[in-house]
Design a protein around this ligand. Sequence first.
Ligand code: GLN
Length: 528
Amino acid sequence: MSSVGKGVAAASIGKILQSKGYRVANIKADMYVNIDAGTIRPAEHGEVFVGEDGIEADQDLGNYERFTDQICIADNYITTGQVYQEIIKRERNLEFDGEDVEVVPDIPKEIIRRIKSCQKKNNSEITIIEFGGTVGEYQVLLFLEAARMLKLQQPNDVFFILVSYLPTPKLLGEQKSKPTQYAIRTLNSAGINPDFILCRADKPVAADIKRTISIVCSLPQERIISAPDVYSIYDIPVNFEKENLGEIMLKAMNMEPRTKDMKDWTAFSEKIKKLKKEVRIGIVGKYFNFKSCKDTYISVIESINHASWNFDVRPSILWLDSEKYEEDKNTLNELDGVDGIIIPGGFGRRGTEGMILAAEYARKNKIPYLGLCLGMQIMSIEFARNACGLKGANSEELDPETPYPVIHIMEEQRKHMKESNYGATMRLGAYDCNIKEGTQSSAAYGKNKISERHRHRYEFNNKYRKEMESKGFVLAGINPQKNLVEIAEIKDHPFMIGVQFHPEFKSRPLKPHPLFRGFIEAAAKNKQ
Ligand code: GLN
């Protein structure tokens, strides 16, 4: 079922096999007809993860990048929509030689072609393909058929891993394996028998349950692996290795481990459990009322984690609803209780006046502030209004009638918007940025030429550069090709940086992002 932890399991397997000396790649296959995740509401479906090449993908690609430190591109992400679009395009080009085009086998064949092409591009020896959704679901059938056909083509190269959930009903207090047994049977009816089963449960699976499952799917017991709830997701590869998953998998594939080294990772996962000192980070935003902020802001949360752990502090994240500040300004004093404030990315007007109030509070009270994309635009609007006297300054996105559009639509975006051409048309992916010497950003990065990933339609309006600079707004980072403001800072503030890009996509557990490091360091100091 969804949210059972397939993404982190796939990422962990990648990590483990990589640590045994193999080149790995991860693929996410999503069942929806969307071409990419760019048009899907993150509050319900999780963050849109942006790749170097500008792909707007499922958040699982973020897990893959964080665990294996590899770069994912469009090839690492397959959707039903992409597959059909390609087949229909080829049909229109007369590439089927007068034959009719059939859902089976033509759709599974295209899925296989994509898998192989990703493997080739990544030059991977082992490719881990995660199928989203649930066994037995209608929309997953064509992907299972592709998997079955791939196994038929290369019987010794293809292995199946089932991630299954074992509930512990409260009244019984014991784990039940029946849902897993049914999942195996359902998979069998698609012509597939799992080679490994990862048992997701609150506790490790008992020996007798492993025995039962192993009989149902005719597998040796060592291939039934516990995947219990953990303190942090970074424990998962370590836990799998406690049951020797890496070697058991390699043995099944007739391969030998080449190296053995997950020491850094294991030490890191141990360390974070022991941290006591706390740093309190307030995230001011508006997408907090759906089921969970955890998925919507996963890369931001993980970046805060990585940077905090790096300084041996444990982050405590507070979700602060900006609309509250609009109703009652007095509620802003809750910001005195946090050590640092982040305003993350977002779209649309709702809640933005409250964010502007929060940015003002952070500037005047010298609370460390990090603005991510929208958070940079908010910081610019606030400064224009309150430090430069540009009353009513705003972003054209939030108030099309504003007298001072300090944030305005990018020229090439105007046409897209007019034609309702929304899919994959934002400014997406990696762009260069030159950082000014002597700025907070330059100190944080420790270098002056960087590249970061973007996802936005609006930008800082160069018309206001001079006026804002003269009042202490620092244009710290500029895109050299198009002369766009990518980083803004506030002078004489311990740490107030807004970036037009999304640094959160490039933070790794053992390599925290420089801006998050700088921000957390300032927050920890602020606490003292
Ligand atoms: N809505 C803003 C824009 O399109 C910010 C986007 C974001 O935060 N990712 O420019």
